[in-house]
Every structure is written in C-alpha cells, then in structure tokens.
Write a protein that binds this ligand. Sequence first.
Ligand code: GTP
Ligand code: PEQ
Length: 223
Amino acid sequence: MKTCAIIPVSRFTHAKTRLSPTLSPSEREGLLKAMLMDVSGALARHVDRVLVISADEDVLEYAYSLGLKILEEEGERDLNGALEQAMDFCAPEFDRVIITPSDIPLIGKADVSNLLDHASRSDVVIAPAKGGGTNTLILRPSAMSLRFGDCSFFEHIREARERGLSVSVYDSFYLSLDVNTAEDLGEIILHGEGTHAREYLRKLRFTVKPSRGSDRLEVSRSP
Ligand SMILES: Nc1nc2c(ncn2[C@@H]2O[C@H](COP(=O)(O)OP(=O)(O)OP(=O)(O)O)[C@@H](O)[C@H]2O)c(=O)[nH]1
Ligand SMILES: C[C@H](OP(=O)(O)O)C(=O)O
C-alpha cells in the first residue's frame, strides 16, 4: 500500500515553553530541528513520501532543506485542521497515511516496519503517548475525524470504533516518548543512542543521573 508520512510542525520559535528553564530559545529551536531529522529520517526508510505541514515559513524552509515534501497550512487552523488538510492533499495518491508528531526522536529505535505491517491487518493503528496522547496514527486518508488534543488516545479509539473501523494498538516505549520536559531530555540521553537529538544534547553538555526526588531523573549541564 502506498504510504505517506505526515509530520505536523507548529513552529520553531517560542515552542516547547516547558523547556524554557532548561534550554534557551535558540537551543529549543536546535532541539526541534534535531528531532525533526530523527522523525523524518526514521519514517523515510519505510514510506513512499514524508510530508511536513506547517504555517511557519522557517519550518517549511528547513523541512525542504531535508528533502521533505512541504505543505503550507491554510489559514489559522488548529492541529486537527492542519492534519485534515494534509490528508486531503494525500488522498488522491496514497492508500494510507502515518501521522506522527515532530517531537518523538526515539521513533527510529522502534520497529517501524512491524508498526506498518499492523496497518495491513487493521483499518487504524494507534500508538499511545505517555500521558494519553496519540504519537502515531495510521489510517486511510480521512477515514475518520481526528481528535488530537488532550488525552486523544482514547478519543481516537472511540472515534474509530464508532465508524466500525478495526483498531490495532501498537504500544512502544520508543513511540510513546514525546519531548516536553527536562526529564524527557534525560530519557533521550539514556535511550537515544544514535539519534540527532541525543547528539545535540551531548554537545550542550547535558548529563543525567538517577534521582530520588519527584522526578526519576536528575538532568544537569556541566559548565
Ligand atoms: N502544522 C501544525 N502543527 C501543529 C499545530 N499544533 C501542534 N502541532 C504539531 O503537532 C505535534 C503535537 O503537538 P503538541 O504536542 O500538541 O504541542 P507541541 O507543539 O509539541 O507543544 P507542547 O504542547 O509543548 O508539546 C507537534 O509536532 C507540533 O509541532 C498546528 O496548529 N499546526
Ligand atoms: C497533540 C496531543 O499531544 P499532547 O497534548 O497529548 O502531548 C495529542 O497527542 O493528542
């Protein structure tokens, strides 16, 4: 089945504000670019096209420099609106789409081939995010409405079942980790051997050690 990966990207600047105590604005942009390389590189090995949709010219320019297909978001859409636009764009040419966020840099350590094989046996394949979001959704273009937002994992399963679509849940630690907090950076350092994101954090001299506090990991930077 001809497959297109769709990666929605909101912006590079003023993004990931939960990381602002840990990373400067330019460092957050650098991390977002490194993660987009990881995500698009992992998908490109398994699909016919990788498409980035964004309203941010800088994002589109960077995605283009990576050799990715780009699509400018129409108007002031939200995430679901942007993804619906991307699926409409893919529908004439592709049998299925695989939607992933741009901030799951460990995807390359998951078994993407096995993940896509599930789509040959189910109408919808979904990978949950830590905290109940959706970090991968595979479906025929526009087979169902999208419900990205808080705790969308259960929403997407409900939506698929209400449409009579078969659903396969593909649970993977590597797909579940989207980067939002300093502790997530620690997980990238622990588990992200070979990723651009981990290399970027090592260049910033990040280290990690176990913590017995509220967070399970203590992330720090050497001077
Ligand atoms: N094109 C597009 N991408 C979006 C939009 N909102 C979020 N995204 C992207 O969709 C994916 C999931 O985003 P979220 O996890 O909701 O939000 P975020 O932008 O990562 O920021 P956090 O809430 O701090 O995680 C990320 O790749 C975002 O860059 C939007 O309105 N348009
Ligand atoms: C986009 C959203 O991400 P979260 O806000 O759950 O991190 C979701 O996965 O539905």
